[in-house]
Design a protein around this ligand. Sequence first.
Ligand code: DON
Length: 309
Amino acid sequence: MFLKREEIVKKIEKSIKKSERFIGEGELATYIPELANVDPDGFALSIVTTTGDVYNFGDIDTVFSMQSISKVISLIMALNDNTIQDVFEKVGTEPTKYKFNSLIPIDDKPSNPLINAGAITTASLIVGKDVDEKFQRVLNLVKKLSDSEKISFLKEVYTSEMETTDVNKSIAYYLRSKKIFSLNADEVLDLYIRNCSIGINASELAHLGAVLANGGSDLVTGDEMVSKETVKIVLAQMASCGMYEESGEFLLNVGIPSKSGVSGAILGIVPGKCGICTYSPRLDASGNSIRGKNLLKILSNDLNLNIFL
Ligand code: DON
């Protein structure tokens, strides 16, 4: 039974209404000062289906930084530029109960590619003659997958994080000391933070998610943008590690492979169906958007999006 567009819109509006009870809960990510310069109650939802239908709600033109959602892109790039074996020799595949910027889950190598240590490692695996060229390649991939030339680099966010990133700096140097990479640690860190500072809106991010939900193929032409093998790995890691120390609970309650960022966005990918982006910048203690994660739970239930059902 297929629903008409108006019926789907009504259903989504009802789900959004239910999520309003979470407005005001949580805190902005002030450890990157620039991230506090946003409307704390800003809100957007975009769902893009694999057939190209777009459902946009709220502040759809608001541009936010990708933050940790860029870890998905960094993993794709690392897998494009290296063999699967080479990538997972440097970074593990296991979830961790520690915070996203903890040094503990590094041990012999970072526990997974979606924590900071793991994404600094995947950044070290991206090919290019210098940081500028590597970042341009990352930006080009985001533009291609989101079908938007408007994807930008948010210099203020980048500068703000560069000035306050002592923890990530120590992670980068520690990884180098462990011979996870031999490149200049400051340059690897620079690329990691540039990736986090990519500016995008909810609709563009949902489109990027829809391409991955479509097995990595363009929604219109069907041309391959990301290989199926890579999509399979990325979605598995998002499902098990994408919501940090809440990943198990989120998978159990929501059942959608997802990745959060401290700017307040969450990208959800429902294989074969759609990409979803929620934006609401108030976060819980794990760095996940409170209204966003709850809206994903509501949508999963109301629109039957749980991948296990
Ligand atoms: O490295 C950091 O701390 C930030 N640039 C990204 C962290 C992040 O988005 C965690 N996500 N929920």
